[in-house]
Design a protein around this ligand. Structure first.
Ligand code: GTP
Ligand code: MG
Length: 356
């Protein structure tokens, strides 16, 4: 799963990206600010830490999420806009978009269009996303209009797709996102192949002044889930040795790393949940879309486990923690046996029984 960090020039994307990348131990070099950069980041999970403490495994494996740092989009000039468009294909390949908005004052970094105004900046970026989709839709309509006249086996399918594309065009021309045009599974399936920008989940980052990061609660900005943070502070924390971070954070009045909050918000926006596997060899968290059944989850670990699936032995993490150990939980009858169609819940600790 991949989240693209996008924004207008100098909003703090690369600063935030460097802090995120450090969390994953990736070594990123930001000496090419004109290029996209990718970092693989571990999804923090306190439940996994607990499992590690109790199972003392040889290996601890976090679920991962990728972040793509995209160069700033200067939409104030034609040349800038043309250049910005070269980055849309990479953004299209991402599963979601993190829009980083400047809300910090810094005299040595002149603000875009001479203003610090996150609401206007968001509006400007959203328009560009709509425009990018509109171009794609218009191109597709042109092709389909020719195709529907031909009596091929695909004619009916083409007619239906043309109807959808025309509906999409209308919505975009009203400056609304495509989520308003896509209704039902059939639409979704057709739309998915185009990876439209305005169908992607969005999380907003308000990159604030150091003193304005707030208490870390869930916020909304212009209708989007929003994380308020200071990229500068995150960068400074990431540069410290882990043992020294607590003291610094206390001094700054921060209770938790904003990058962890951001990762969690992205997880939620992409509708992902985690299940856990535990043992002396490895403790691990796995990402799956909410609503995934046990058989599909088993297949994510290994195709053999899905092929030879017998039962899933499941316990909710909270029950395991409350019991204190696997042994105690077993004695208390907290383990359940579930079949192939069981819908996995966030925090399930699972042992798959299989036979191949
Ligand atoms: N005071 C302050 N300065 C910041 C903050 N975030 C970034 N900056 C500064 O703003 C400048 C631009 O930061 P970058 O992280 O490179 O911004 P960017 O969005 O990646 O820029 P482009 O990729 O060129 O669009 C740098 O000089 C940063 O040090 C912040 O939270 N507070
Ligand atoms: Mg940058």
């Amino acid at each position: 799963m991949r989240a693209a960090l996008i924004g207008l020039p100098q909003s703090g994307k690369s600063t935030l990206f460097a802090a995120l990348a450090e969390a994953g131990g990736s070594n990123v070099h930001l000496d090419r600010p004109d290029q996209e950069h990718l970092a693989v980041v571990k999804v923090p999970d306190e439940r996994l830490d607990w499992l590690e403490e109790h199972y003392k495994p040889k290996k601890k494996t976090h679920a991962e999420i990728e972040f793509l740092d995209v160069p700033g989009m200067d939409l104030s000039t034609e040349a800038g806009r043309r250049h910005a468009r070269t980055h849309w294909p990479a953004i299209r390949q991402s599963d979601m978009i993190v829009i980083v908005l400047r809300d910090f004052r810094n005299d040595s970094v002149p603000p875009y269009r001479g203003r610090v105004n996150p609401a206007d900046d968001l509006e400007e970026l959203r328009s560009e996303m709509l425009f990018s989709d509109l171009e794609q839709v218009a191109g597709r309509i042109e092709k389909l209009q020719a195709a529907v006249r031909k009596p091929t086996p695909e004619q009916d399918k083409n007619i239906r797709e043309l109807e959808l594309m025309q509906r999409m065009q209308e919505v975009l021309e009203e400056e609304k996102p495509l989520t308003e045009a896509v209704v039902g599974d059939a639409d979704e399936k057709t739309a998915r192949t185009f990876a439209f920008q305005t169908l992607k989940p969005v999380v907003v980052v308000l990159n604030c002044d150091e003193g304005a990061v707030g208490d870390g609660g869930v916020e909304e900005f212009a209708g989007c889930p929003t994380v308020r943070l200071s990229a500068k502070i995150e960068e400074e924390i990431a540069a410290l040795a882990p043992a020294d971070r607590g003291e610094f954070m206390e001094a700054m009045g921060i209770s938790a790393l904003a990058r962890d909050r951001l990762i969690r918000s992205c997880y939620k926006a992409m509708n992902l949940i985690a299940f856990l596997t535990a043992g002396e060899r490895e403790c691990r968290t796995w990402s799956i879309p909410a609503g995934t059944d046990a058989l599909t989850a088993a297949g994510q670990i290994h195709s053999d486990i899905a092929r030879g699936f017998i039962r899933a032995q499941v316990i909710a993490f909270d029950d395991l923690k409350a019991a204190g150990s696997e042994k105690a939980a077993r004695a208390a009858g907290k383990f359940r046996l579930e079949g192939k169609n069981y819908i996995i819940r966030d925090g399930d600790e699972i042992l798959f029984r299989f036979n191949v």
